[in-house]
Ligand binder design. Sequence first.
Ligand SMILES: Cc1cc2nc3c(=O)[nH]c(=O)nc-3n(C[C@H](O)[C@H](O)[C@H](O)COP(=O)(O)OP(=O)(O)OC[C@H]3O[C@@H](n4cnc5c(N)ncnc54)[C@H](O)[C@@H]3O)c2cc1C
Length: 363
Amino acid sequence: MRQTNVLVIGGGPAGLSAATAAAQCGARVILVDSSSRLGGQLIKQTHKFFGSREQRAGTRGIEIARLLQEEAEAARVEILPETAALGLYSDGVVTLEKNERLIKLKPERLVVATGASEKTLAFANNDLPGIYGAGAVQTLMNVHGVRPGQRAVMVGAGNIGLIVSYQLCQAGVEVAAVVEAAPSIGGYAVHASKIRRLGIPILTSYSIKAAHGGETLEGVTVWQLNEKWQGIPGTEQVLAADILCLAVGLTPLTELLWQAGCQMEYIPELGGHVPWYDENQQTSVPGIYVAGDAAAVEEASSAMVTGKLAGLASAHSLGLCPDFPVLGEKVRQELTQLRAGPTGEKIRKGLGKLRARSRPGAM
Ligand SMILES: Cc1cc2nc3c(=O)[nH]c(=O)nc-3n(C[C@H](O)[C@H](O)[C@H](O)COP(=O)(O)OP(=O)(O)OC[C@H]3O[C@@H](n4cnc5c(N)ncnc54)[C@H](O)[C@@H]3O)c2cc1C
């Protein structure tokens, strides 16, 4: 059985940052990712990132992925692409699958940075071919160079819905409308303005009633919602579309943490079920850390910082990183700054709830 100081599961911005931080402290680090290309969500983000300068705002997501991978390689992280973590067991063994072969690994410390999966919606015919999550559409267009269709309707006017609508237009797809159930647009005004300048209507207090088609999607019925978020009969509009794109939120991918017996909490503001974790990203199971969207659905900037914190803390717990008391505090302050202001309100509320839940083992 293979052994290592630190195993990082997930090679998105959180995992790459965790691996680099731990390796720079002198830990032997292995990073695995089920995908063939490292970077997680970043490999499909062709736009220049918002966020803070320290976390590379103004650089395109795909470029940030490349830079983070180079840093991990320079720190001598052993990277295993196309390697999926399948199970975490109570004896500390992790099972990995690569090329249809099973590998057993026993790390001294583990960082889980598996990201998040897309949520979906319940409506009539929601299984018709042509109905996608926004991330899937981005993968088709920006990773594989495939135009997903001719005319799209987007559901969700958060940043993801607005950015992917713009990218659909860049790919030559007509966007009929962006439909948003909330009474106001959730994404940044700068992204909404770009959509409006293209002449695309953003219908707030609207949702999907049904999808229509035979073999594939041909159109959707949208309708207005009342203050209880119920559809108002008589307000239906039928929009022709061969793509329906759902950008209605993400939920942390935490199956491995459930398996490991981590204490889990349901906190809607953090995206759903998340593990309990302390101020250094350590879960209720000593030696298992969590970072990025798996800990709380946020942004790449905070994913990089929580990853760095988990990497430093895991190395420190192995007797490395003697400067951790100072360094860790600096990184936590970076996080506080990232989460300041109105855009961080939801995450601050969620983390407040998480911290209020009893610390594992506490009476
Ligand atoms: C359209 C869109 C636009 C965005 N724009 C911005 C922006 O402008 N600024 C910003 O800061 N953020 C932005 N974000 C958010 C940002 O991309 C995410 O918050 C960030 O990528 C989360 O990083 P992560 O490392 O936690 O997870 P991910 O990036 O999702 O990476 C997780 C990785 O884990 C791997 N993995 C999962 N399970 C396993 C397993 N069992 N075994 C092995 N590997 C596994 C996956 O293959 C993946 O590579 C955007 C997101 C989207 C979708």
